[in-house]
Design a protein around this ligand. Structure first.
Ligand SMILES: *[C@@H]1O[C@H](CO)[C@@H](O)[C@H](O)[C@H]1NC(C)=O
Ligand SMILES: *[C@@H]1O[C@H](CO)[C@@H](O)[C@H](O)[C@H]1NC(C)=O
Length: 398
């Protein structure tokens, strides 16, 4: 980048100097006017060129965060975007990431209000998945007072009470592992459907009983999992920054906390900028419209995702949530939550780590064998009942 910039500056200087020396004999004033005009033309051309090329280069090779180059490019891009979409084209327009300057911020908000007339209760900041757009209906702001070592965050649908109860009676019921405090919390979105009021009352009752429910005011749907994950990151960043590690773990997972805590306590495990799980390399973006993983070119233009951790369960040092929420302001949202976290992590210049034993993060283990479940950290199960059954068998004295 710097060589390119230097070249541009040299070109600029050389050009105006040459023109001026040619015009020298026509008097110094004309020379200055001409010099100024040419400088203006050249600048306009250069800025356009930067904007044009940044559309390709920024997405593939993001320069290190905080460089002046990136800031300039972002400013210019937001400016051009506000020209390009003065009325907002469609809902996608609110997905446009913009530089967090007060001016563009306001523009995005204005555009968003124009676009989403039916959702007037939210004014969209940055993009729809940014957690600043939502607030907590159920919260546990004091949960982390005792500085847990590990926080397990489980995204779950409001009606999945059976899955929550299975977790509460198995790995969610462990409060100390190898002397380290562990905690499990569930995050749900809004209750929906015709009996949503009743469902909300039940949820509040469940919350009073267990004190482990968080609820945020976004529509709870498969398509909105990225919002759910970003709200999880927000909760960790704002309510639980004192924890050492966290894990986003789905509600249909088996979790062996002994093995997980052993991994986190290992001397080689970094305490910062660390994220691990089942690493996905070079995954193609699904463009088949019938797939539940379909992502439009408009939401995510590149054909391959950045390296990310499979969403079933990934573990990270707890400095990351705040950084991810911050990075997310500049990363256009798309509906694949794990790949989206991967994009934020890449933007931070962090590479996901392969676990010391990659076979401990398994999608499926196949036929039940007790020794597999003694060795693994996490794996996908078929039902809440299966979790209860396997847990009993794994925990039985031998
Ligand atoms: C959690 O474990 C304790 C023992 O440590 C037990 O008494 C309690 O019943 C368990 N809770 C659930 C929901 O299974
Ligand atoms: C996702 O959540 C937003 C915010 O609540 C909502 O406006 C939108 O309709 C939801 N989308 C889907 C497909 O559920």
């Amino acid at each position: 980048m710097h060589t390119q910039q230097d070249m541009e500056v040299k070109l600029l200087k050389g050009y105006s100097w040459k023109r001026c020396s040619l015009a020298q004999d026509k008097g110094p004033l004309r020379c200055h006017i001409k010099k100024g005009f040419i400088l203006l033309l050249t600048l306009t051309f250069l800025l356009s060129a930067i904007v044009y090329f940044s559309d390709f280069t920024l997405k593939t090779t993001a320069p290190p965060p905080g460089t002046w180059y990136k800031n300039v490019v972002n400013q210019i891009r937001s400016f051009y975007m506000s020209i390009e979409f003065p009325y907002g084209r469609d809902n996608q327009a609110i997905f446009i990431a913009s530089a967090p300057t007060p001016k563009t911020h306001q523009q995005v908000q204005q555009r968003a209000t124009q676009i989403s007339k039916q959702t007037t209760d939210i004014s969209v900041h940055y993009h729809i998945a940014h957690p600043s757009n939502y607030h907590y209906i159920l919260d546990e702001p004091d949960k982390c007072q005792e500085s847990p070592f590990l926080v397990l965050m489980v995204p779950v649908a409001p009606h999945q009470v059976e899955a929550r109860n299975a977790i509460r009676s198995t790995w969610g019921n462990e409060s100390t592992v190898q002397g380290k405090a562990v905690m499990t919390l569930f995050l749900v979105g809004l209750t929906g459907g015709s009996d949503s009021e009743k469902a909300q009352q039940q949820l509040e009752e469940e919350s009073r009983q267990h004190r482990d429910l968080l609820q945020s005011n976004f529509v709870d749907s498969y398509f909105n999992l990225t919002i759910k994950t970003m709200v999880i990151m927000d909760w960790l960043a704002t309510r639980c920054p004192q924890a050492s590690f966290s894990m986003k773990v789905d509600s249909d997972m088996y979790l062996n906390l002994e093995n997980l805590v052993t991994l986190l306590l290992a001397p080689n495990t970094p305490r910062q900028n660390y994220i691990t799980g089942m690493v996905m390399w070079n995954r193609p973006v699904v463009r088949n419209k019938n797939s539940k993983w379909y992502v439009s070119e408009e939401s995510y233009p590149e054909p391959i995702y950045p390296t990310y951790l499979l969403g079933m369960g990934y573990v990270f040092s707890n400095d990351l949530p705040e950084k991810i929420v911050e990075a997310s302001k500049e990363i256009k949202a798309f509906n694949i939550e794990d790949a989206y976290v991967g994009a934020c992590v890449k933007h931070l210049g962090i590479t996901p780590s392969s676990p010391p034993d990659p076979s401990q993060f398994r999608a499926y283990l196949g036929q039940y064998k007790r020794e597999d479940f003694l060795r693994v950290i996490t794996t996908i199960l078929g039902s809440p009942q299966q979790l209860i059954d396997i847990w009993k068998d794994v925990k039985r004295a031998t």
